[in-house]
Design a protein. Structure first.
Length: 238
C-alpha cells in the first residue's frame, strides 16, 4: 500500500525545474502545490502528476466519472491485479500518468522486545540520489490513484506484513512507454510486474506514528532516521 508520501520543499516552479516537464497551467500548479514532510492520503491532498501534455496537480483518490456525489470507496491505491476488472478502475487503465513524490512511508511490523506485543514502526523510502520518485498512476478527471504491486525484495523486508509497494518507474524509457496511449494491457501488465533496482533506493526507520491518524507527523523528523527511545510516539496509545 502507499497512503503516506512526502513532497520536496519549495514551490511548483521548483518541481518544474527538477522534473524538466513544462506545466499545463502554472497558476493552478502554484495554487495547489503544498509541500509536506508527511502527506496523508486520507486527507486527499493534491499531488503532482506528469501527463503526455505536461505537469499538473491532481487530487489523490480517483473518483469515477459516474459518481454524482461523495465516493466512499478507498481509491488512493489501485492494485495491479485488480485495476483491469475492479469497477472503480477498469474504465481508466489507459488513463496513465506519473505521480511525482519525494518519498513514501511504509509500516514495518515486529514483536516488542519486552512485551511480545506486535509493534508497528514507520519506515521512509526514497531514491538514493534523485530528489524525486516517479510512481505509476491512473486518473479520472482531476483525480488520481497510485498503482501498487507485489513488493521487491527490499520492500518485502520493510513492508513485511502486507508486502506491497507503489509502482516505481525509474527508467526514462519505461516512463515514456507508460505514458504512450498505444500501450496495451499485456505490455502494461509487464511493466507493473517489474521492479526498480533495489540498489537505487534507500529505506530507514523514522519517527513512530506515521500511520496513526491521531498524531500530527507533518514535521521535519518524519523524514529523518529514528533517533529517539525505542518506545517512540506509539507508546502514547499502547
Amino acid at each position: 500500500m502507499c497512503y503516506h508520501v512526502t513532497l520536496l520543499p519549495g514551490n511548483f516552479h521548483n518541481l518544474v525545474d527538477v522534473t524538466g516537464v513544462a506545466p499545463i497551467d502554472p497558476k493552478k500548479g502554484d495554487k495547489l502545490y503544498k509541500p509536506g514532510f508527511h502527506l496523508n492520503g486520507f486527507d486527499h491532498p493534491h499531488l503532482p502528476v506528469i501527463l503526455p501534455q505536461g505537469l499538473d496537480m491532481y487530487r489523490w483518490g480517483l473518483i469515477p466519472h459516474w459518481v454524482e456525489d461523495t465516493y466512499k470507496a478507498n481509491t488512493l491505491n489501485a492494485r495491479n491485479d485488480e485495476l483491469f476488472e475492479k469497477v472503480s478502475y477498469r474504465n481508466y487503465w489507459s488513463n496513465r500518468c506519473l505521480v511525482v513524490v519525494s518519498g513514501f512511508f511504509e509500516p514495518h511490523t515486529r514483536m516488542g522486545i519486552a512485551s511480545k506485543k506486535q509493534k508497528t514502526e514507520s519506515w521512509f523510502i526514497k531514491h538514493k540520489e534523485d530528489p524525486i520518485l516517479t510512481l505509476g498512476g491512473i486518473f479520472c478527471g482531476g483525480t488520481v490513484s497510485i498503482i501498487t504491486t507485489d513488493a521487491s525484495p527490499l520492500l518485502s523486508e520493510i513492508h513485511n506484513d502486507g508486502k506491497r509497494m507503489p509502482l516505481i518507474l525509474s527508467n526514462e524509457g519505461i516512463k515514456e512507454r507508460w505514458l504512450d496511449p498505444k500501450l496495451g494491457m499485456k505490455d502494461m501488465s509487464r511493466i507493473m510486474d517489474s521492479y526498480p533496482p533495489d540498489e537505487e533506493l534507500t529505506g530507514y526507520r523514522t519517527i513512530d506514528g506515521i500511520m496513526n491518524t491521531r498524531l500530527d507527523t507533518n514535521v521535519p523528523e518524519a523524514i529523518l532516521p529514528f533517533s529517539g527511545p525505542d518506545s517512540g510516539l506509539l507508546s502514547l496509545f499502547d
